[in-house]
Design a protein around this ligand. Structure first.
Ligand SMILES: *Cc1c(COP(=O)(O)O)cnc(C)c1O
Length: 651
């Protein structure tokens, strides 16, 4: 299933830029906008990472990372993780909360948690926990395996471990085990029966639980995750159920176990007004519950802080119209205001931001290995004697075409092309004639597109033709593994060539992947004016390497990827900044992606048996004299080596 991509008739106007500089690259690819200062362009025209978000700070040239990977024999495509960005995002969020709380004279503290589901890689969680240690930053888990990871990773007694999602008995038991380990594990009740089950288990084990209640609040977000809020949301308790829960806990003398009030209205919330509304509603619920006798200590505002995937800083679904600072200020000040009006104490604040913590830290680097030109003009179209009239008519259209009548000529040419297919099916048109007619047709289309490009009033149909005729750049990666949200929900991710950014790109292209799936492509890109279907790329030069980066893949994309076509996980390098190193970086770790045998084994194949079977068939062919013994050994080795090799294309 693919949500149909919006057809855009917007194009980057590259012709308008006469003297191309790296500043133009920054604008065309909106690098400063989505990059939040973490990304920039070197004077040489390479894309670089600035871990300190400062233009004069250390800069890691991504092309130098690529060079080092080549030396280390790490093939592409690959994920590069910039751990300094991850750390910096954790520290920024915590510092912003601390500073705002101080400035607002708010009496509570901030106890954030990182929701593991956004990127569960151990190295990612490790880095987040480490960077957040000074702030008692905790973890959030939404499933049993995630909770098991959280219990093992977060050993800080002062930070929170928050559990969301539907829970069974084992899940609840694991939470109580966390309490036994001396940790602050809060079970957020999503469904009333979970509360009953938890209290039962607590009575059986004698372990006092820490309880949170998730409120189904009325505030709804817009964008792609709107269904997380409102009356029909999947999770949470209604106001009625919350009141019942509080009264029940009081009636059994367990009201002191109630620690946290939670709400989460969706991810990538595009509009700050929704956030304000949800805080207002949540704060009122907190205050009223407090007056009912619920001494809630933590006010948990959930996740939802978005990032600027498309750089527009608007309330479009791939963007947001606020900064993290705006968000934090709204949470702190609005909560304070309502608490003060209601005359209840300020609670501690918890948030579960995932996307904004991890999105920027990783990117996918792929090599472009070719391009598909639509209607290449390299076939001899010379007029033959007794040529079919359809071909002649198409030929005549070339002469008729002007910058005024291009729409009319397009209609005629399209009609002729249709007729030619009928004629071919009837056996009237030869293969050679069909090839000639189509070659001339595409020649006409190219000229039509050129005319339309300089016409301010070009019809949409022709502009869409321009999109359809855009060259397709073949990239060594799988959309389904590395950018699933671009396919599933039409999310825009930034795409930028990693070098030559000091030279003007001339080809407005789409990118296609190596899966055998026509959905395996990227044709929805950012521009300063809104989404476009093409991205500016440099002309490919025979014998020259070309690398392109897919950015902001650190949240969800990294971890949701699937095994479509058995490509599997990518090679990964973890890069750290080192200001003392001449290159400003070092590769701390290499994690190899899937070999063919790994992916096959995960689908119940036995690669060893496969190799034995192929070998025995080769042996038989050798015995029959069909294969020479020496070649038999070579091809057996070759098959076995392929099983041990990376699944993606070799250069
Ligand atoms: C997914 C999820 C989050 C993380 O949301 P982001 O938008 O990535 O910050 C937080 N809390 C809950 C309950 C979630 O389901």
């Amino acid at each position: 299933m693919k949500t149909s991509q919006p057809q855009s008739t917007r194009f980057h106007n590259l012709d308008a830029i006469k003297e191309w500089t790296t500043q133009d690259a920054d604008e065309i690819y909106q690098i400063s906008r989505w990059g939040e200062g973490y990304f920039g362009v070197t004077d040489k025209g390479d894309l670089c990472v600035r871990p300190t978000q400062k233009e004069n700070g250390p800069a890691i040239n991504i092309m130098e990372v690529i060079e080092e990977m080549k030396v280390k024999n790490i093939p592409f495509p690959a994920v590069i993780r910039f751990h300094d960005i991850l750390r910096s995002q954790v520290i920024n969020l915590n510092k912003t909360f601390q500073a705002t709380i101080e400035e607002a004279k708010f009496n509570g503290k901030y106890f954030g948690v990182y929701p593991i589901k956004v990127n569960q890689m151990r190295e990612v969680v490790d880095e987040v926990v480490d960077a957040g240690a000074a702030y008692n930053y905790g973890l959030e888990a939404g499933s049993k395996p995630e909770l098991m990871a959280a219990l093992a990773m977060n050993t800080n007694q002062n930070s929170l471990t928050i559990i969301n999602g539907y829970k069974d008995r084992d899940f609840l038991r694991l939470a109580l085990l966390g309490i036994q380990l001396g940790r602050k594990v809060i079970v957020v009740v999503e469904k009333y029966t979970e509360l009953e089950e938890l209290l039962k288990l607590s009575a059986e084990t004698g372990i006092e639980p820490m309880i949170g209640l998730r409120a189904k609040i009325a505030t709804k977000s817009s964008g792609k995750w709107a269904s997380s809020g409102g009356d029909y949301a999947k999770f949470g308790l209604t106001i009625t159920e919350i009141l019942q829960a509080v009264r029940h806990l009081k009636s059994i003398g367990k009201e002191s176990c109630l620690k946290l009030l939670h709400f989460h209205i969706g991810s990538q919330i595009p509009d700050i007004r929704t956030i304000k509304d949800s805080i207002t509603e949540g704060a009122r619920i907190y205050a009223k519950l407090y007056k009912e006798g619920a001494r809630i200590e933590y006010f948990d505002v959930g996740g939802g802080v978005g990032v600027n995937y498309d750089g527009t800083r608007s309330n479009s679904p791939s963007s947001i119209n606020y900064t993290t600072k705006d968000y934090v200020a709204d949470v702190v000040y609005m909560l304070k205001q309502i608490c003060d009006i209601e005359d209840v104490p300020h609670p501690n604040i918890t948030s579960e931001s995932g996307r904004v913590i991890t999105a920027h830290h990783s990117c996918v680097v792929t090599n472009v290995f070719g391009s598909i030109e639509i209607g290449a003009d390299n076939f001899n179209t010379e007029k033959a004697i007794n040529e079919n009239i359809l071909v002649t008519n198409m030929r005549d259209l070339v002469l008729e075409l002007t910058e005024k009548n291009y729409q009319e000529v397009f209609n005629d040419a399209s009609k002729l092309k249709e007729e030619s297919i009928s004629a071919f099916k009837l056996g009237i048109l030869s293969l050679d004639e069909r090839a000639k007619l189509e070659t001339i047709y595409w020649r006409i289309c190219r000229q039509i597109v050129a005319h339309a490009s300089t016409d301010d009033y070009a019809p949409d149909e022709i502009l869409q033709l321009k999109n359809q005729m855009a060259p397709q750049y073949l990239c060594n990666f799988s959309v389904f593994q590395s950018a699933p949200d671009t396919w599933a929900i039409g999310q825009i991710l930034p795409v930028v060539p990693l070098h030559k950014l000091n030279q003007k790109p001339t080809e407005l292209s789409t990118l296609v992947d190596i899966t055998c799936d026509s959905d395996g492509k990227l044709d929805n890109f950012l521009s300063a004016d809104g989404p476009t279907n093409t991205v500016p790329m440099h002309k490919l030069i025979e014998g020259e390497e070309s690398y392109v980066g897919l950015f902001m893949t650190g949240a969800y994309q990294d971890i949701m990827g699937d095994n479509h076509n058995c490509f599997g996980r990518l090679n990964e390098v973890h890069v750290f900044c080192d200001d003392d190193d001449p290159t400003d970086f070092y590769i701390e770790e290499v994690i190899y992606g899937n070999r063919a045998s790994h992916v096959l084994a995960s689908l119940q194949y036995n690669p060893e048996t496969m190799a034995q079977t192929v070998k025995s068939v080769i042996d038989q062919q050798v015995k029959r004299g069909k294969i020479r013994p020496r070649d038999g050994v070579d091809i057996t080795d070759f098959y076995e080596n392929c099983l041990k090799s990376y699944t993606y294309l070799k250069k």
